[in-house]
Design a protein around this ligand. Sequence first.
Ligand code: CP
Length: 334
Amino acid sequence: MHRDFLKTSDWSTDQLNNLLESAIRSKSVANPARPLAGKSVALVFFNPSLRTRASMQVGTYELGGNAVVLEPGGTSWTLEHREGVVMDSDKTEHVAEFVRVLGRYCVAVGVRTFAALKDWKEERTDPILNAFAKYSDVPIVNLESAMHHPCQSMADMMTIREQRGSGRKKVLLTWAWHPKPLPMAVPNSFALAAAQMGHDLMVAHPKGYELDEALMEEIGRQAKSAGGCVTVQHDVDGAFDDVEVVYAKSWGSKNFYGAAEKEIAEREQYRGEWIVDAARMARTNDAIFMHCLPVRRNVIVTDEVIDSASSVVIDEAENRLHVQKAILQKLIRE
Ligand code: CP
C-alpha cells in the first residue's frame, strides 16, 4: 500500500501542519538529507508549467534523486484514461500500462492535468488524476488537476505562516476579471487548505461564479472542525475590509462551462471592476498580497500592488520547492 497526495482533505490538519513545519525547517538547512539518492521521480505534464515543473525537478535533485519529465502527446505517447474504451481513435497508450510501467522505474509519479473546461459534471470528478491513482503502484502527487492544486495551496499556507505567523488569520480569496475563463483548481485548493488551517476565510466573487457546491460544503465542515469560518461576499470593496491576506485568482463560471465565448461576453461587465488595486489594499489590515502566478499585470492586480512591499508572490513561488520536498519525503517514507 502507498499514500497519494491528491487533495489536502485526504490528509488531516495535523498531518498538513507536520508537512508545513517540515518544509519551514528544511528551508533553512544548508545540507539536507538525500533520501532520493539513486531513485527517480516521474513528472507527467499534460499542460504547460514554469513553477511546478522547475520546483519539482529542482526539489527531486536536491533530495538526491533524478526527475523524468514526460509530456503525453509530445515527448511520450498520447494517453487514454477511460475504462473499457475501444482505443481505435487518437490515443496510443492507456494510463493502466503507462503508470504501472513508470512505477517500475520511479518511486513516485507527479501529474498535471488541467480541466479542459468542456464538461463540468465529468471534470469535477477529476477523471484523469483518479485513473493515475487507481492504477499506480507508487505514490501519485497532484501537480494540478481539474479540481485541485494541493502543492500550490500548501505553499500558500506556508507563506501565510511565514509572513503573518501561525494561528487564525482573516483571509480573503477574491475572484478577479480575466479575459477568458480559467480552471477552478487553485481557488478550490486555497479555500480548502485555508479552512483546514482554521483561518477565517472570505470568498468574494460576482454572483454566478460560485465554487462547486459539494466542495463548499466540505470547506464549511473543515473550517468548523478547525475552529475557523467561511463567508461568501459579492461586494468587491467591502470584501477587503480588515483582512490580513488577499489572495487573488480568476476562475470560470460553472453556468457557462463548455461555452467560453458566452462567458467571455458575460464577464466583460467585471473588467476593471474586479481587480486588486492600492485603494482596495488600503482597506485591509496591512494585508499581504498573494497570487499563485502566472498573473496578468493590470488585469488581475495593478503594478502598484504586485510591486509593493505587501506582495509576497515570489516567496510564495519559492515555497513550492520546500513544501513539495516535504511531501515527497513523506510519501516515500510511508
Ligand atoms: N502556480 C503554478 O502552478 O505555476 P505553473 O503553472 O507555472 O506551474
